[in-house]
Design a protein around this ligand. Structure first.
Ligand code: SF4
Length: 445
């Protein structure tokens, strides 16, 4: 993959439009060209492509120019690259043009997919926020050290009477400042029992939404509004409606990794830990299980009910390969394997334990096993090592990393508390319905 100046200038021009009010009013392309020090003609050519794709809209007239065609959080770098780059597929190494027969091709293909997966998750607003943060540092000259940042966060937390909930997959420095560290549902349950009125949820959006659904009277903040979950985004309410039409007698079990709106259209929620119990608790013989096909497969093997999966998956757990776990077993013959049920069936099959993140934390703490091979996002291993310094934990050689979980930095938590952003707002009707699906599940366990 070669990146040219076309994508660089396109992104810079779009950011310029965003910074100059181009969400609502047109911004002159001539002025953008002047500010970005690039020829207007060159930008015009790029904007023909961006306009065709609906990324920008053109307005004619004296006060004409360009506005963004979509909200900046819905404009993804991946889409811009596909439009402006001539080729985003792997290219032969210098001096070699045998890419089709090259033994490395499969790795370049994998790498290409990972890169595109990453840039597909980075939005224009994401880059905008980063540049605001960096600009603020430059303007104020305040480049906090890690210790200062942690102190500031603690000060703001007590000043605002806020509590910090942190998911197991977050960066180690974020885990260290947590008031509560855990999996998404436990954290939401904890949040609903806490006296603080402000919850800062360091995780991804569906988690913060669950906290809001269970505590609608509280203010729930997510430090990075663009920290989404690709698996949760794989199913829309329209797709769910279609599925329900096809199986009118089935009940819908939805994994907590879904948006509040999708939850609101389900019969009951489940976590990776209680999915089998939840399915068993229903009278229906047919179960629509959304969105994770791997968790659905895991449940299907343990129930007599017919489990009809949706085709979603977590790209982080899907990335864990059987050969990689086997390789770790060969390297560490005394280690036991624990994997998340979001991993592929062939990986689940060779594991000693199939557990959610809290299950892994408990097993590592309570069992006498001294070495573990861990098949889940690498953030959990940081916690396992910290809490069990006498034990050893090994990850697959291709580290499973969730780029969405890693978006939150200490600066984001600081700005979140300082500016009270980003608030999770959900329609009351959706809250009510989603709450029902969540509470039904909670009543089971
Ligand atoms: S690890 Fe997977 S399920 Fe969790 S937030 Fe990332 S993409 Fe979503």
């Amino acid at each position: 993959m070669r990146l040219s100046t076309r994508s660089r200038y396109s992104i810079r021009a779009l950011l310029d439009i965003l910074a100059n009010g181009g969400v609502r009013k047109p911004v002159s392309l001539r002025k953008v060209a002047e500010r970005q020090n690039v020829s207007e003609k060159y930008l015009e050519q790029l904007f023909i492509l961006l306009k065709k794709a609906g990324i920008v809209k053109a307005e004619r007239g004296v006060k004409g120019g360009y506005t963004l065609g979509k909200e900046p959080e819905k404009i993804y770098v991946g889409d811009i690259l596909r439009l402006t780059e001539l080729d985003v597929t792997p290219v032969p190494c210098i001096g070699c043009n045998r890419i089709e027969r090259c033994i490395c091709k499969v790795y370049w293909d994998d790498l290409g997919e990972i890169i595109m997966g990453f840039v597909d998750s980075v939005s224009l607003e994401d880059i905008n926020q980063r540049s605001i943060t960096m600009g603020e540092k430059r303007r104020t000259g305040r480049d906090f050290s890690t210790v200062e940042l942690k102190n500031e966060i603690n000060r703001l937390k007590s000043e605002r009477d806020a509590v910090l909930l942190v998911h197991n997959y977050q960066r180690p420095e974020i885990q260290e400042i947590a008031d509560y560290l855990g999996d998404s549902l436990d954290l939401s349950r904890i949040a609903s029992r806490l006296p603080q009125k402000i919850i800062v949820f360091c995780g991804v959006k569906f988690m913060a939404e669950s906290a809001k659904v269970l505590s609608p009277e509280k203010t729930v903040l997510i430090p990075r509004f663009d920290a989404g979950c690709p698996m949760a985004d794989m199913i829309t309410t329209d797709e769910l409606r279609e599925m329900k039409k096809e199986y009118p007698n089935a009940k819908v079990v939805c994994y907590v990794n879904t948006s509040a709106e999708v939850k609101a259209n389900c019969d009951i929620c489940c976590t990776s830990a209680n999915a089998v119990n939840v399915v068993e608790s229903l009278k229906a013989k047919k179960i629509l299980f959304i969105p994770d096909k791997n968790l659905a497969d895991y449940v299907d093997r343990q129930t007599k009910k017919e489990v009809i999966p949706f085709h979603g998956y977590c790209y982080v757990h899907e990335f864990i390969e059987k050969w990689d776990i086997e390789e770790q077993k060969r390297l560490h013959p005394d280690a036991r394997v624990m994997v998340h049920p979001e991993t592929k069936p062939q990986v689940v099959k060779i594991a000693d334990y199939v557990l959610g993140t809290n299950g892994m934390v408990n097993l590592a703490k309570k069992s006498k096993i001294k070495e573990f091979i861990v098949g889940t996002e690498e953030g959990l291993v940081a916690r396992l090592k910290r809490e069990n310094p006498q034990k050893k934990f090994y990850l697959p050689s291709r580290k499973p990393i969730c780029s969405n979980m890693k978006r939150t930095h200490l600066e984001d938590v600081y700005y979140s508390l300082r500016d009270m952003k980003y608030r999770i707002e959900i329609d009351q009707k959706i809250i009510k319905k989603a709450q029902k699906a969540l509470k039904k599940m909670i009543a089971i366990k």
